[in-house]
Design a protein around this ligand. Structure first.
Ligand code: FE
Ligand code: FE
Length: 164
């Protein structure tokens, strides 16, 4: 398909983001399992639940568009997750591993924030107000998760990783 309009670009980018969220759904349980810090473990578990709702929002948007969400693989997210998994495999000390997982997770959140922000803006431009609202809700959730991860890193995890 030729992407010759903002509307088509919007749908393609939505598919990319759908694939990204699906990949995150696979990665988060592993990260929760490996987390030593209780707050971090809880944050990953909660974000898994939140991510399920985010996928449902995207499903609703695709329903409204009368399109399938399938058919695209988000290579950006694939790379981010692969990098994170490489770190996790390197057998770091548990506290250092927590710090590394926060670093990886915040890269993921920032990627999502960029994607949702752009798509929300496209939806508004295309006059799709109900889409824009759904995308904004998820954008806010990703922003909150990013801030929570910063708090966990700065209040505990980074210090624990330093004091060896
Ligand atoms: Fe998400
Ligand atoms: Fe997220």
């Amino acid at each position: 398909m030729e992407i010759d309009s903002l509307r088509k670009l919007y749908v393609e980018e939505l598919k990319d983001l759908y694939s990204a969220e699906k990949q995150i759904l696979q990665a988060l349980p592993r990260m929760a399992k490996k987390a030593s810090n209780e707050l971090l473990q809880k944050a990953f578990q909660e974000h898994l639940e939140v991510t399920r709702m985010q996928v449902e929002r995207l499903d609703r948007i695709f329903e409204m568009l009368g399109k399938s969400p399938r058919g695209k693989k988000c290579k950006g997210m694939e790379g981010l997750i692969e990098e994170g998994e490489d770190m996790m495999k390197e057998g770091a000390d548990p506290d250092v591993l927590d710090a590394a997982m926060i670093a990886a997770a915040q890269r993921v959140e920032h990627y999502e924030i960029a994607a949702y922000g752009t798509l929300r803006t496209y939806a508004n431009q295309l006059g799709l107000k109900d889409h824009a609202q759904l995308l904004q809700t998820t954008l806010d959730e990703e922003g909150n998760t990013d801030k929570l991860l910063t708090r966990i890193a700065e209040s505990r995890v980074n210090r624990d990783a330093e004091v060896r």
